[in-house]
Ligand binder design. Structure first.
Ligand code: CA2
Length: 144
């Protein structure tokens, strides 16, 4: 059995579907997980899908993915714009990683234009709603 792709979600993404659908879409995080399971199956991969509101737990998931996973697809949410710890964790693992966003941060408030994560991942996909996750899985699958 091949190693799973870790799909890691940051703070407040557990609220998807309940608030701000005009920005983040109407799908819940459970809907997006189901979409990812299906997309991964089509690519002949399995996934581990996780979410946390706690920065250190996200670091733990990245380290776990480095030990037990094949690759990482990460939506670090607000920590994208603040977290040296997540940057360092992504740099510390030997598996490929892709940063994804539902929205297009470059089109939003100026504080979202800086990503501390972008410098630590292979590439970034943003602005395609839930499809950003599917495109992220396709991108890391191509890197494997
Ligand atoms: O577009 C994305 O995926 C973001 O990573 C989402 C983050 C935001 O801070 C990033 O700049 C871009 C915010 C996630 C918050 O999710 C919510 C969902 C429903 C209601 C409120 C927040």
């Amino acid at each position: 059995m091949s190693k799973p792709i870790f799909v890691i979600n940051g703070p407040n993404l557990n609220l998807l579907g309940a608030r701000e659908p005009e920005v983040y879409g109407a799908q819940t995080l459970a809907d997006i997980e189901a979409l990812c399971v299906e997309a991964a199956q089509a690519l002949d991969h399995v996934i581990v899908f996780v979410q946390s509101n706690i920065e250190g737990e996200l670091v733990d998931f990245i380290q776990q993915a480095g030990r037990e996973g094949a690759a990482i697809v990460i939506n670090p949410a607000a920590y994208t714009h603040t977290s040296v710890a997540i940057h360092d964790a992504l740099k510390s693992v030997d598996v490929p990683s892709v940063e994804i966003h539902l929205s297009q941060p470059a089109k939003r408030e100026s504080f979202r234009r800086r990503s501390y994560v972008a410098e630590a991942v292979h590439g970034t996909i943003s602005g395609f709603g839930a499809d950003s996750y599917v495109l992220g899985l396709q991108a890391v699958s191509n890197l494997l």
